[in-house]
Design a protein around this ligand. Structure first.
Ligand code: IMP
Length: 423
C-alpha cells in the first residue's frame, strides 16, 4: 500500500482537520510530519468539539495508529494536556507513537518566540508564540533536545545546561527578562520523559514495516503551503517545510511511497499574522467572509484576514505539492455574495513567490453569485449552475479534479468522489 498526503494549499486554516478526519477512516496510520503546536485543528464528533494542537486528529479512532514524526517539533506540556483531556472524554491514547528523533519545544523557545515578536516592532511575523521558530533554529544549529534525550537524565542535563548558557544570556542581556534554572527544567522534563516513554519509538522502522505489510498511511500537513519556509512568503512563513516533499524526511519514508496528494483549499482566502496578501478585502465583503466563515484562529483566537481566492497562488502550490485531487472547502461562505471574484492572474510578476518584494498588479475574474443556500446540496446534480461554473474554473485552472466539496462543518454538508465530474 502507499502514502496519501493531505495538506493545505493556502496560508493555513483551509479546513484540513475535517478532511483528514473523514479520510482517516480508510487508513491504518495517520501521521504528522512537520510543525508543532502552532497548528490548531477542530474536529466535531457526536456534537462534541475537540481542538487539537499537537496530537494528530486520527487519535479519535481506536483502531488507527497515530504517529508524530521526527519532522515535528513537539511541545510535551501541550501534548500531555491534550492526552489528559482526551482521557476524560474516554478516548484512549495507547495507539499514539512519537519519533525518538522529534525535537522538543522547551519553555525557553516559547519565551524567546514571544520576546522576539514584541521586540521587533516593525518587522513582526505575527507568530503563534508557540516556540516553533526557536525550536527549529536549535534543530538546525545542532543544539536541539530530542525525544530520546528525555529518557536519560544525564544527557538531558548536559544539553539543558549548554542551552541555558546561551538562552539565559539572550533572555537577560538582550531581552531584559529573567533567566531559567537548569535543575528545574531537568527535573520537569525527566518526569515528562518517564510519562511519554511508552509512546517513544523509531517511527521510520514502524512505517516502513507497515508499508511492506500493505498498510496505508495518511500523512497530514500542518500549516499551509504558502507558509513553507522555502517557497512561502518568506520571512512571513512558519519555520518548517509544509509541502508534500517534507513528508518523506519528516517520517523517514521513501518519496516513492507517496501515491496521492490531496490539496485542500478554501473557496476564498484567509491569512493569520503578517505578510503580503494581494487580494485581501478591507470592505464589507471581507467582513462578511470573516463572520460567515467564523474566521478566528483555533490556536490564538486572532481574527483572520480575508480576501478573494488567488489562482496564481494555487497554481504555484498545486505544482509544488504534485496535487492529484482537490478538496474545496467552505463554499457555503460565498452563498450570499452577488459577485464572487478570484485573482485570475498577476500582470507584472512571473511567479507567485515574487509577491514579497514587488508591488503586484492583479487581474480579477468575476462570477455572478448563486445567491442560494448550499445547505440543501446532497449530490453533485444539486450544485447551482453558477456555483458549478466557479468550481469548474478552479479545476480547469489547476489542471486537477475536485474530488471533495464541503459546504459546512458537518459531515452531511460534504460531497465525496467527485473527480469523475471534473475530468
Ligand atoms: P509560527 O509557525 O508560530 O512561527 O508562525 C509563523 C506564521 O505562520 C504566522 O503568520 C502564523 O500566524 C502562521 N501560522 C502558523 N501556524 C498556523 C496555522 O496552523 N494556521 C494558520 N497560520 C499559521
Amino acid at each position: 500500500m502507499s502514502v496519501t498526503v493531505a495538506l493545505g494549499l493556502q496560508w493555513g486554516d483551509e479546513g484540513k482537520a475535517k478532511i483528514v478526519d473523514f479520510l482517516a477512516k480508510k487508513f491504518d496510520y495517520v501521521a504528522r510530519f512537520q510543525g508543532g503546536a502552532n497548528a490548531g485543528h477542530t474536529v466535531i464528533v457526536n456534537n462534541k468539539k475537540f481542538v487539537f494542537h499537537q496530537v494528530p486528529s486520527g487519535i479519535l479512532y481506536p483502531n488507527k495508529k497515530v504517529v508524530i514524526g521526527n519532522g515535528v517539533v513537539l511541545d510535551p506540556e501541550i501534548l500531555l494536556e491534550e492526552l489528559k483531556n482526551l482521557e476524560q472524554e474516554g478516548v484512549k491514547s495507547s495507539n499514539l507513537m512519537i519519533s525518538h528523533l522529534a525535537h522538543i519545544v522547551m519553555p525557553y523557545h516559547k519565551i524567546l518566540d514571544q520576546a522576539s515578536e514584541s521586540k521587533s516592532k516593525n518587522k513582526k511575523i505575527g507568530t503563534t508564540g508557540k516556540g516553533i521558530g526557536p525550536a527549529y533554529t536549535d534543530k538546525v544549529s545542532r543544539l536541539g533536545i530530542r525525544m530520546e534525550d528525555l529518557l536519560s537524565k544525564d544527557i538531558l542535563a548536559e544539553k539543558v545546561k549548554a542551552n541555558l548558557k546561551i538562552k539565559n544570556f539572550l533572555l537577560k542581556k538582550y531581552y531584559g527578562l529573567s533567566g531559567l534554572k537548569a535543575e528545574k527544567l531537568v527535573e520537569q522534563y525527566t518526569k515528562i520523559g518517564k510519562i511519554l516513554k511508552p509512546f517513544i519509538t523509531d517511527i521510520s522502522v514502524e512505517l516502513n514495516q507497515a508499508l511492506k505489510k500493505n498498510k496505508s498511511i495518511l500523512a497530514e500537513g500542518a500549516q499551509g503551503s504558502l507558509l513553507d519556509i522555502d517557497f512561502g512568503t518568506y520571512p512571513y512563513v512558519t519555520s518548517s517545510n509544509t509541502i508534500s516533499g517534507n513528508c518523506s524526511t519528516g517520517l523517514g519514508i521513501s518519496p516513492f511511497a507517496i501515491k496521492d496528494v490531496v490539496g485542500i483549499m478554501k473557496a476564498y482566502l484567509t491569512r493569520v499574522g503578517e505578510g503580503p496578501f494581494p487580494s485581501e478585502l478591507f470592505n464589507k465583503d471581507g467582513k462578511k467572509m470573516a463572520e460567515k466563515g467564523n474566521e478566528f484562529g483555533a490556536t490564538t483566537g486572532r481574527p483572520r484576514r480575508c480576501g478573494w481566492v488567488d489562482m496564481p497562488a494555487l497554481e504555484y502550490t498545486t505544482r509544488l505539492n504534485g496535487v492529484t485531487k482537490l478538496a474545496v472547502m467552505k463554499v457555503d461562505v460565498l452563498d450570499e455574495f452577488k459577485i464572487v471574484a478570484a485573482v485570475d492572474k498577476y500582470k507584472n510578476i512571473a511567479s507567485f513567490s515574487e509577491i514579497v518584494n514587488k508591488k503586484v498588479k492583479m487581474e480579477l475574474k468575476k462570477f455572478p453569485g448563486w445567491m442560494s443556500s448550499s445547505e440543501q446540496i446532497t449530490k453533485f446534480t444539486d450544485i447551482p449552475k453558477r456555483q458549478l461554473a466557479l468550481l469548474k474554473y478552479f479545476s480547469n485552472k489547476l489542471h486537477t479534479p475536485i474530488d471533495i466539496l464541503s459546504f459546512g462543518p458537518d459531515r452531511k454538508n460534504t460531497l465525496f468522489n467527485l473527480a469523475k465530474y471534473f475530468k
